[in-house]
Design a protein around this ligand. Structure first.
Ligand SMILES: CC(C)(COP(=O)(O)OP(=O)(O)OC[C@H]1O[C@@H](n2cnc3c(N)ncnc32)[C@H](O)[C@@H]1OP(=O)(O)O)[C@@H](O)C(=O)NCCC(=O)NCCS
Length: 150
């Protein structure tokens, strides 16, 4: 990840801004919690609608699974749910995610969900005193329809 874990106060601040964003009209940010059947929080998922250009109809996803739950397929399920929300519920045309070049698990998860690796954004994210590239993966609505029709 491009950031360090926060302390309680910082996390409360983030949760507060997530709750405020959920009330925006129109809503452009969906920060969702995933729980297992026992109620344990196992993953965080986020869909942010792109708003820079008025003719865009796309959204960026982000996701994180609780570390002691890695490798059970939860990441894959979360990415699929985000795609369902984006394409089936919101009618977006493009969903994309940006990962660190060394984040192979994220590459696997997005690849398995049908997200195609499309290139590198150089110097995308500030990390410490420097900048990190991001590898971008995306899936388009026709590709999603083909996958879900299969
Ligand atoms: C990336 C992340 C969400 C994956 O969650 P997960 O629940 O473990 O995902 P899944 O179990 O569905 O799949 C993990 C895949 O990564 C693979 N994997 C795990 N560790 C790996 C490693 N070190 N190198 C390469 N692949 C690895 C697994 O084999 C699996 O792929 P496969 O099913 O094709 O074999 C999780 O590692 C995470 O939360 N990381 C920190 C946050 C993060 O990086 N978020 C993504 C930002 S773009």
């Amino acid at each position: 990840m491009s950031f360090e874990p926060g302390d309680r106060e910082q996390v409360e601040e983030i949760v507060g801004s997530v709750r405020r964003a959920a009330l925006d009209q129109p809503r452009q940010e969906y920060s969702l919690a995933a729980v297992d059947p026992s109620g344990l929080l196992v993953a965080f998922a986020r869909l942010a609608v792109d708003t820079v250009h008025p003719r865009q109809n796309s959204g960026q996803i982000g996701f994180a699974v609780r570390a002691d739950q890695w490798g059970k397929g939860i990441g894959g399920q979360v990415v699929n749910l985000l795609c369902r929300l984006a394409f089936d519920d919101m009618g977006l045309y493009r969903v994309w995610g940006a990962r660190s070049p060394v984040n192979e698990s994220s590459a696997r998860v997005m690849g398995r969900a049908g997200m195609i690796e499309e290139g590198v954004i150089r110097g995308h994210i500030r990390v410490g005193d420097g900048y990190r590239d991001s590898v971008v993966h995306s899936i388009l609505l026709p590709e999603w329809k083909t996958r879900t029709a299969a």
